[in-house]
Write a protein that binds this ligand. Structure first.
Ligand SMILES: [Fe+2]
Ligand SMILES: [Fe+2]
Length: 309
């Protein structure tokens, strides 16, 4: 039965198109109202019309666009990563609060994709859409389901999302462009939840599975930290980042390495150790020597630049 006062039933044409994050990417089917509600459940407004991208040189603008383009792809991929993780969690018997939050995280990643698309458009001047892609979460039929779910979440949430929060918090401090600042703030507020999901699930998994889960996690510490470090190690331009680009959220790869190293030593290793997980030599492996290694140079013709988030 049609409920005329139910906003979910209003036709898409009644939507304020300006409120949509990247309207050009919608399907054209009458689902826009429901989508809008899911995307805008957090009250933080993004001042899209206050971007100062137009004040940048063409070269600087293209550089920032290249980062948002890569970020769009990463956020879109994260949607499928959380969907895979939710399947792992069901197979492991995860309780409903963990599951609902995992699905909320996938919704958040759709929102991030849309915001990043819009940022790419602002800097690049063209409407773009992300390429189809699929996440490659580990699936080992030999592994107990609980161990697989917990170790996949350990990588995705405890390491990648926790590190993203540390980087985002620092990027946010220097980002004075009003639009970029609000986008980073919105993404950070979601990513904090995604990191918490992992630590909560890890705690639940250890309470449920005991020593065998602790052993499975200890065996994976090197792998999960290295997987995140590989993103920090992606080829990047080596030249200094001028203040005008820092105002738009750009950070030099050498600074990202220092933050990653600090994050391993001050957050990840103590967090895992506190839960009884053996972190081995991970603090030393990502210490001063790792930070000081040469940075791989990015091909200037590359269309994407992977700045860690
Ligand atoms: Fe995200
Ligand atoms: Fe996330």
């Amino acid at each position: 039965m049609q409920l005329p006062n139910d906003p979910r039933r209003l036709p898409a044409e009644t939507l304020n198109r300006d409120s949509l994050l990247s309207p050009w990417w919608l399907s054209g089917e009458p689902l826009a109202r429901q989508h809008d509600r899911l995307m805008c459940d957090n009250a933080l407004e993004i001042p899209w019309d206050q971007s100062t991208a137009g004040e940048l040189s063409d070269e600087h603008r293209a550089r920032v666009a290249r980062v948002w383009r890569a970020r769009t792809r990463a956020e879109y991929l994260a949607v499928s990563t959380f969907e895979y993780l939710s399947v792992d969690m069901v197979a492991a018997g995860a309780p409903p609060d963990i599951l609902s939050f995992c699905h909320q995280a996938a919704i958040d990643e759709i929102r991030h994709t849309e915001m990043c698309l819009r940022m790419t458009q602002i800097y690049e001047g063209e409407t773009v859409t992300p390429a189809p892609d699929l996440s490659g979460m580990a699936n080992d039929p030999e592994l107990p389901k609980l161990h697989q779910a917990i170790t996949n979440s350990m990588l995705l949430n405890c390491v990648v999302e926790t590190f993203a929060c540390t980087i985002l918090a620092i990027v946010l401090e220097q980002t004075t462009d009003p639009t970029a600042n609000a986008v980073y703030k919105r993404i950070l507020s979601d990513e904090i939840g995604h990191a918490r999901l992992g630590w909560a699930f890890l705690r639940w998994g250890i309470d449920t599975g005991g020593d065998s889960v602790i052993k499975a996690c200890s065996d994976k510490v090197d792998f999960v930290v290295k997987s995140a470090a590989n993103v920090v190690d992606a080829p990047r331009p080596k030249e200094e980042i001028p203040d005008v680009l820092r105002a738009h959220g750009m950070m030099h790869p050498s600074e990202e390495r220092v933050i990653f190293s600090d994050c391993v030593r001050e957050v990840l290793a103590p967090g895992f150790t506190g839960l009884g997980i053996d972190v081995g030599n991970v603090v030393d492996d990502y210490g001063a020597e790792w930070v000081a290694r040469p940075i791989a140079e990015l091909d200037p013709n590359e269309k994407e630049e992977w700045q860690a988030l």
